[in-house]
Design a binder for this molecule. Sequence first.
Ligand SMILES: NC(=O)c1ccc[n+]([C@@H]2O[C@H](COP(=O)([O-])OP(=O)(O)OC[C@H]3O[C@@H](n4cnc5c(N)ncnc54)[C@H](O)[C@@H]3O)[C@@H](O)[C@H]2O)c1
Length: 255
Amino acid sequence: MSLANKLITLTGAASGIGLSTARLLARRGALLSLADSNASRLSTAHDELSSLHPSSPKSILSTVLDIRSTSAVNAWLSSTTSHFSRPIDGAANIAGFHPLWTPKPVQDVTDDEFEEVLQINTFGLFKCLRAQLQPSIFNPAGGAIVNVGSVSGLIGFAGDAAYVASKHAVHGLTKSVSKEAGSRGIRVNAVAPGQTNTPMVQAMAAGKGVLPTPAVSLGREGQPEEVAEVIAWLLSAESGYVTGSVYRVDGGMLD
Ligand SMILES: NC(=O)c1ccc[n+]([C@@H]2O[C@H](COP(=O)([O-])OP(=O)(O)OC[C@H]3O[C@@H](n4cnc5c(N)ncnc54)[C@H](O)[C@@H]3O)[C@@H](O)[C@H]2O)c1
């Protein structure tokens, strides 16, 4: 795939779908600017990914980042273009959060609980998009952005209104921004994973936070590598006429 020497930023790169995507992009020769709020996991990921590019130690940049901070997000993108001495060619906005509280109806959800989910999944992703799309940051020749939404951005789940609302907003942002960025040759798409075997889902299962889901045609949960493959395709020139789309990677959950 046409990702060699492309400069791609990733949030949520220290775990799950983000880490699998970073591994795949590194194997395909991309230059990576990784960001995550979990410093220790990010350090481990950095060491592993750097070993894939032993001859070019500058090809992986890692930044501890909370995407809720406007100034930190802006500084991350500026330091990325400085480090690599070039604008970015793509972005995978993967960082996200699912609350560990037991599913509950909206009348029992507090302001703080609702806001925490929206602050990360929706506001944080918006802040990343806004910074990435500055003309000084994104390659004027164009490129691609992939946002990670969810099947929870396509249907409702009782007991999970905050997360569902936050992911519907991710899909809405994706569609609107694709219309703004298309004239610059920048494609903007989303992936909507179904239940995927990552630390997020493992933590929810441990805390009884996993919701009943519709039957999955393939009869199993997804693996993060399977979501990463679709993200990589959407970042590459092979998906050159695809924008404003939301690609389900859900094993047929909604069919
Ligand atoms: N696993 C699933 O079943 C599933 C399904 C649909 C959508 N998703 C979405 O996929 C994305 C990745 O999830 P995952 O399952 O790999 O989870 P994960 O918990 O393994 O990884 C999420 C990463 O995001 C980081 N992160 C969280 N808040 C952050 C913040 N404020 N700033 C920066 N980084 C932050 C975490 O530190 C973590 O490394 C999320 O957006 C999630 O909502 C996951």
